[in-house]
Structure formats: C-alpha cells, structure tokens
Design a protein around this ligand. Structure first.
Ligand SMILES: Cc1cc2nc3c(=O)[nH]c(=O)nc-3n(C[C@H](O)[C@H](O)[C@H](O)COP(=O)(O)OP(=O)(O)OC[C@H]3O[C@@H](n4cnc5c(N)ncnc54)[C@H](O)[C@@H]3O)c2cc1C
Length: 368
C-alpha cells in the first residue's frame, strides 16, 4: 500500500496526535499508524490533571515542559472547540493539595514557574475528612477530559487534507538500508518511509529492543495505573484534590475519578480487587459523601515509565530518519503540547523551543 508522506507516526496517543498537529502546522504531510481502532491506551486511561503530582519533587526537565504546555492548553482547547464537535473539557477547576511536608519547596516552585497559589483556607475542606498539613490551593490548575481530548484531536486531524489515519494496523518490523529506515512492515502490509516517528508510549522500549537490536536500548517500561469512577452528581465536588498518593478529579457532568495505582508490570491491563479496595477506601474516607455513590467503572492503563519520568524527545543518533517522542510516564497529558513542539523543532532542525539535552536518547539518567 502506498502512503508516501513526509512523516509516518506510529501511535495515536496524545503524543502522536499532538506531534502530528504541530507537523501539519509546518505544512508537512503525516500518516498516523495505530494498532487499535482508536486511542485507547495510556492517554485514554489517564486522569487528565494538568500538573504533575508535587511538581517540586520532580526533575526540572519535567517542569520546563509543563510550564510551556500550561501556556498552550487553553489555546488548544479553544481551537478544538471552534473546529470540531467535541469539547475536550479543559476546565481550570483548581487543585487542592492537602499534605505538604515540603511547603517551602512547593511555594518556591510556584514562584519560579509563576503558578498562582494560596495557603488553603478551612472552608475548602468542608467536604473532606482528612488530616491536613500545610494545605495548598492552586486555583488556576486545570484538567482535560482526556478521552474527549483524544476524540476531538482525532476529528480535527481526520478532517485535515495532509493527515491520513491507518488504524487497526500494528508495526511489526523495520527494513533498514544505509542507516535509514526505507520501509516498515505492519499487519496491513509494507509502507515506504520518508521519516519515521515512534510515539508508541509504553511499547517503545520493547519495540526498539526487538526491532533494532544493534542500537542502544531505550529504557521505557510499562507501569500500570488503575482508576475508579464514581457516578456522582454535578457540583458534588468542584475542585481536584490530591491527598498523599491519591486524588479525586470531578468531571463536568459530576462523575468523580479516583486515581491511581503505580505498578511495575508486564504488558497487562488487568484490574485487581486489591486496587479497587485501596482506591475505594481512599475515596470514601476522604469524601464520606461518596459512601452513597455507586462505582460505575474500574480500568487500567500502561504508563510509559522512564527513569525519573523524563521523556525521550530526540532524533535517533544512529538511524538518520528515525525520531522518538515517548516515555512521559505519569505526566504525558500535561507535557504533551511542549513535547510535540520540541519534537517538531528537532525534526525540522530549527532552533528548539527548549534545551533538548535532558531529553536526548544518549543521556545518562544519573545526570538528570
Ligand atoms: C491511570 C493513569 C493516570 C494518569 N494520569 C495522568 C494525569 O492526570 N496527567 C498526565 O499528564 N498524565 C497522566 N497519565 C500519564 C499519561 O496518560 C501518559 O504519560 C501519556 O498518555 C503517554 O502518551 P503516549 O501517547 O506516549 O502513550 P499512549 O497513549 O499509550 O499511546 C501510544 C500509542 O502507540 C500505539 N502503539 C504501540 N505500539 C504500536 C505498534 N507496534 N503499532 C502501532 N501502534 C502502536 C498504542 O496502541 C497507543 O495508542 C496517567 C496515566 C495513567 C495510566
């Protein structure tokens, strides 16, 4: 089958889709190959909080992508509302963080990255039963309803003349010649390649290890996360709440997500009773009103886990026409717009929007 496009992207998660959008804005044509019918992996399964959990405990390389993405999200949301029939439900509902033993570092981070903060007042805790410690209220932190964001982006890109989607199509091999990928093999046959971008999330480490055995392995492994959904009503809860390791996220229609577990696993997305009980217990203890509310969904997704959670965004050092944008671990939704921008800059070999060094494939993780 002939699909000679400028760039072939493997993976239609948030990273593949937003990188495709950035590339077509530069007038490049794009083919997006996805093994599933649509985006159903980590980007679908995630919570959509547009801030890392306790960002002051994370690497600067994460905060730098976050800062740039936070500025881009409202514009992206508006563009999708204007040009599609699906509202991605970007809502700046604020985030309450109940326990901050490292409050000085938290405030310093907010000052450095110009994120509004207030020491949380007692009235914000009326719904909750918890022991707070230096609680912090971040009124401008937003969420996106990630399944809708993906659908909206899919529709936006699908109607663009420079974009072609090839779904239910699994990449199975690369054909290399003189340090270039000239063709890929897939479950739907062979495709010629001009430039290939892997946005394959948790599968990127295994794919490159299996298909490019002579190059340095890319250290990305699946890390399972499970979530619950409560069938709550509009206005039962109006802000996101982070308490210790877990959180609640209220959607616009009132439903409340509870997240999440962090489990190093193989490529399995089974849900477990242990995780169900842990998340349920957390939710009803923190917000006793939820004892009366039914749980209507329980699911798992595979995060692309990397050392320190810092993604790889780089052109491959040994294969001339291969780029990688993967490994966003717990923060792929919030880092995606800036990651897409940086990847596009590197593919086009123009001045990058951020220092690309921390995201290089041959970085030493210990130096991050
Ligand atoms: C429970 C949970 C909660 C989360 N909460 C948040 C949050 O609140 N905020 C936040 O910012 N992040 C969150 N994340 C993390 C975030 O979801 C990920 O970092 C992000 O989705 C990664 O995006 P991606 O596009 O790289 O990966 P994915 O969404 O997994 O996309 C990769 C795509 O590549 C495709 N693919 C793989 N191999 C092949 C192949 N051989 N051929 C063809 N296609 C292939 C897959 O099918 C998939 O669609 C959460 C994740 C989980 C699991």
């Amino acid at each position: 089958m002939e699909t000679r496009t400028d760039i072939t992207i493997i993976g239609s998660g948030i990273i593949g889709l937003l990188t495709a959008k950035a590339l077509i804005e530069m007038d490049l044509s794009v083919a997006i190959i996805e093994k599933n019918q649509r985006s159903l992996e980590s980007s679908w399964a995630g919570g959509g909080i547009l801030l890392p959990l306790y960002p002051w405990r994370q690497k600067t390389a994460i905060s730098d992508l976050v800062k740039q993405s936070l500025a881009l999200y409202p514009l992206l949301s508006e563009e999708l509302i204007q040009n599609t029939t699906i509202d991605p439900e970007w809502i700046d509902c604020g985030l309450l963080i109940n326990k901050n033993p490292d409050i000085k570092a938290a405030i310093q981070w907010c000052e450095d990255y110009k994120v509004d903060y207030q020491l949380a007042e007692d009235r914000l805790f009326e719904l909750f039963d918890t022991k707070t410690l230096n609680p912090l209220w971040l009124p401008s932190i937003a969420q996106a309803r990630n399944p809708r964001l993906l659908k909206s982006l899919r529709q936006f890109l699908g109607q663009h003349p420079k974009v072609k989607f090839i779904e239910n199509c699994k990449l199975t091999d690369f054909i290399l010649k003189n340090n270039r990928i000239i063709e890929i093999k897939t479950s739907q046959g062979k495709f010629p390649i001009n430039h290939l971008l892997l946005a394959t999330g948790a599968w990127t480490g295994k794919l490159t290890k299996d298909l490019l055995p002579l190059t340095k392995a890319i250290n990305i492994k699946p890390v399972k996360g499970q979530m619950l959904l409560f069938d709550a009503k509009t206005n039962d809860l109006n802000t996101m709440v982070l308490d210790g390791h877990h959180y609640l996220i209220p959607r616009r229609d009132g439903k409340i997500l509870v997240g999440s577990t962090v489990e190093e696993t193989a490529f399995d997305k089974f849900t477990t009773e242990t995780a169900f009980k842990t998340l349920q217990q957390f939710a009803v203890t923190l917000m006793p009103k939820l004892k009366e509310v039914a749980i209507i969904n329980h699911w798992a997704g595979l995060r692309p886990g990397t050392e320190h959670g810092v993604p790889y965004i780089d052109n491959h050092p040994e294969i001339d026409n291969l780029s990688i944008n993967a490994g966003h671990f717990r923060n792929g939704l919030v880092m995606a717009p800036a990651s897409a921008q940086l990847m596009t800059d590197l593919i086009l070999k123009r001045t990058p929007c951020l220092n690309p060094k921390p995201y290089q494939l041959n970085r030493l993780d210990a130096s991050l």
